[in-house]
Design a protein around this ligand. Structure first.
Ligand code: FAD
Length: 450
């Protein structure tokens, strides 16, 4: 794979720069459409130093996404190894473009980054203009009659539906780009992770295929979604979280297809997309929720610490707890970078309520391990399971990993897939007694309340 666009000594004039963020796609992308209104566009992606903190698997996937997008625009994408402010300013100067277009981000890191880009451009007599975001409805836009935000999901979802969203935008012109300087070779990064990664190289990273797969889901599999989405052995869910996290498809596009399906299953699916929008909205209103519990349920010193806590964490991370559903999920995560939603809830509950470790510890590991990692979704889902979030599962609800297994993987198809030694003496006995730990959790809650 090669993605280096040669820098030219006499750059082609560009009417505007498009700062590519989580939206390297041509379909349904209002930022690039606006940029193209005045003529050819220089597209630049900032390969920021913070990518050092990403897992090799995520970096590899990002590199493949950018590589594929670069193919789609005839090798014109500029990828610069710099902060966003430096990369975008350099591209604007290179093409003497006064205006830079971008999609707006709403996470704390995204907001800080776009503020820096705006300041750098303005100091240079240029401007940053926003069009669109990774959401059907921008965070902060759905409010109650008195202008305050919704704190409960169902009324938020209803108001979100009432608010509505634009129809998908037409595809941008792939030939309306000019070459811009690039100093990152994607070859280095795209190959990374192949040797250890069983599934992600096969995960689709081309926009055209992502759209085709999503359309197939909407047309052929959506009706069964509600009855199969909770079964980890079945391929009942959409698998859209990865392309959504990298911006290869916009939720508007998906919602436009699902709106044509009148079944209850389609409405359940739309509700899941609404959770994505709700979490982004919560983080927008409460940026501190990225680390702090929105509703602290236990005293700070109620959590396990020290060597035993560290050993328990390692057993959880390595899939050696002796609870098959937890272990299968953690092994799937390590091998593939993904985990079924039902299993994510079970493993997260186990960490917080059976091992008595703070949710942030699990969320940090998920950040390293998940291919679909998305700051708002990860932190707020962890808070949901831990009972500390907005409209969260109550703290006293403790997932029982054994009954969850009976209910959602009765034939053991999923757990056997990930634990080949399940029925052998090599597989560990349960590291804790769930019934005992559940009572300990409820007792700690009672003491903290008092
Ligand atoms: P589907 O069931 O097909 O759902 C369709 C889409 O709806 C998903 O792609 C996703 O965008 C959205 N969605 C579904 N469930 C949720 C949910 N609970 N919260 C928010 N949006 C949802 N999702 C991420 O995208 N990134 C994360 O970092 C992430 N971390 C999580 C951590 C924990 C502890 C838990 C319990 C859940 C997490 N999720 C996260 C949510 C969910 O597990 C994934 O979105 C889902 O498994 C993706 O599979 P899918 O696309 O096939 O889902």
């Amino acid at each position: 794979m090669t993605a280096d666009a040669a820098s030219s000594s006499a750059p082609a004039p560009a009417s505007a720069v498009w700062w590519v963020r989580r939206d390297a796609r041509l379909s349904d992308n209002p930022a690039v459409l606006h940029a193209q209104e005045g003529g050819p566009v220089a597209a630049v992606f900032a390969w920021v130093p913070a990518l050092h903190f990403w897992s090799g698997r995520r970096v590899a996937h990002l590199a493949r996404v950018l590589w594929s997008f670069n193919q789609d625009i005839d090798g014109k994408l500029g990828i610069r190894k710099a902060t966003a402010a430096d990369a975008v300013l350099a591209a604007a100067r290179e093409h003497n473009a006064r205006t830079v277009w971008a999609a707006r981000e709403f996470s704390p890191a995204g907001v800080a980054e776009q503020d820096q880009v705006r300041e750098a451009l303005e100091a240079d007599g240029r401007e940053l203009r926003f069009e669109g975001s990774p959401y059907a409805v921008d965070p902060g836009s759905v409010t109650k009659g008195d202008g305050t935000e919704y704190k409960v999901f169902t009324p938020f979802r209803n108001a979100w539906r009432d608010h509505g969203w634009d129809a998908p935008h037409p595809k941008a012109d792939p030939s309306a780009f000019v070459t811009t300087a690039s100093d990152v070779s994607l070859d280095l990064y795209a190959a990374h992770g192949d040797s250890t990664d069983l599934v992600s190289p096969q995960r689709e990273f081309r926009e055209e295929r992502v759209l085709a797969d999503a359309r197939h889901f909407a047309e052929a599999r959506l009706d069964d979604y509600d009855s199969t989405r909770d079964l980890p052995a079945a391929n009942g869910a959409s698998n859209l979280s990865v392309p959504l996290a990298y911006g290869q498809i916009h939720p508007r596009t998906i919602l436009d297809w699902t709106a044509r399906d009148a079944t209850a299953s389609a409405r359940v699916f739309e509700s899941e997309i609404a959770w994505r929008e709700f979490h982004a909205d919560v983080l927008w209103h409460y940026p501190a929720a990225r680390r702090e519990s929105l509703k602290p349920v236990l005293a700070d010193d109620a959590w396990n610490t020290g060597k035993e806590a560290d050993a328990a964490f390692v057993a959880w991370r390595e899939g050696l707890t002796g609870y098959p559903l937890v272990d299968a999920g953690m092994r799937e995560l390590r091998a593939t970078g993904t985990m079924h939603n039902r299993v994510r809830m079970v493993v997260a509950s186990f960490l917080v309520k059976d091992l008595h470790l703070p949710w942030q510890r699990g969320a940090d590991y998920f950040r390293r391990a998940l291919l679909d990692y998305d700051h708002a979704q990860n932190q707020l889902n962890w808070q949901w399971v831990a009972g500390t979030g907005r409209d969260a599962s109550p703290f006293f609800r403790v997932f029982n990993p054994s009954t969850q297994l009976e209910k959602f993987d009765p034939d053991r198809e999923y757990v056997r897939r990930w634990i080949p030694d399940l029925d052998t003496p090599a597989y560990p006995t349960p590291m804790v007694d769930h019934a005992v730990e559940r009572l300990a959790t409820l007792d700690t809650l009672r003491v903290s309340r008092e």
